[in-house]
Design a protein around this ligand. Structure first.
Ligand SMILES: [Zn+2]
Length: 276
């Protein structure tokens, strides 16, 4: 089975602050190492579970975080940005399952480490079909449209609960318990890697047995984002077929999940250009 792994950073064990997740942050170099080793743990587990090949997508920030010299050489890597499918770039027919590692709760969550949806500086809330959709849900829908289920989500207790609520049957590995947005009780990075490795092995084994269903929300998908201010919405509204729904909200009726990702990217790039 070909296995796809999308790796974010906010849900990695030990990570609780933007000083760790931004390239300019004082603790970034250490945190990107934790991210790399947690990704490796998932790769190792995937092969233990029966993967024949693994593609890893660096899904955080500028998407050049993983230390490639230290990445498990059995995995191939999608690195850099801009990517039309963003956090699930490279997903394609032929993959048997997807694993989401280091993921985080959606914008507006309580007790979610660094909760946000795609671009936290401009997105206050993101909904699809009137329901809060976090990155797990949106990326799972892109995979689901190709018939590929998400088998594993790792991160804090809040993203794990959101994943189970959205996807139903899915393996989750909690590596930390968020206390507030910037504080957690965390496993040590070393202990977390062991849990992620075990979770990935279990997830791939169960995926090979057909335990997980692709996530296919009803089409079309009604995307709605509340931006942090009206200037962001003014800019997002420039994208053709965008509906302005309030001072700060824009909507878009998307024919499929890949379009949802692309509209979010276009909106947030434009919205970010207005930040003063
Ligand atoms: Zn991230």
């Amino acid at each position: 089975m070909q296995v796809y792994i999308s790796v974010d950073m906010e849900g990695v064990a030990g990570v609780v602050h933007v000083d760790q997740t931004r390239r300019t942050g004082a603790d970034y170099e250490r945190a990107r190492r934790w991210m790399t080793y947690e990704a490796n743990a998932a790769v190792t587990g995937a092969f233990e579970g029966g993967a024949t090949s693994v593609l890893v997508n660096d899904s955080h920030g500028d998407m050049r975080n993983l230390l490639l010299d230290e990445l498990d050489p059995r995995a191939e890597i999608v690195t850099g940005s801009l990517k039309p499918l963003s956090m699930v770039q490279g997903i394609a027919p032929g993959f048997g399952c997807a694993l989401f590692v280091g993921y985080h709760a959606g914008a507006g969550s309580r007790a979610g480490i660094l909760d946000h949806t795609f671009f936290g500086r401009v997105v206050a809330r993101c909904r699809v079909g009137g329901r809060d959709f976090n990155e797990t849900a949106i990326n799972a829908a892109v995979c689901g449209a190709l018939g590929i289920p998400v088998a594993l989500v790792t991160g804090d207790q809040t993203v794990c609960a959101q994943a189970r609520e959205i996807l139903g049957e899915v393996e989750t590995v909690q590596v930390k318990e968020a206390i507030t947005r910037y504080a957690a009780r965390s496993l040590s990075p070393v202990a977390a890697r062991e849990r992620v490795r075990e979770g990935a092995a279990r997830a791939v084994r169960r995926a090979r047995e057909g335990a997980f269903s692709p996530f296919r929300p009803a089409l079309p998908l009604d995307l709605e984002i509340d931006f942090v201010n009206s200037a962001c919405a003014d800019a997002a509204e420039l994208v053709p077929f965008t509906e302005r729904r309030s001072g700060t909200a824009c909507g878009y009726r998307a024919p499929d999940a890949a379009t949802v990702v692309q509209v979010i990217e276009a909106w947030t790039i434009l919205a970010a250009s207005t930040m003063v």
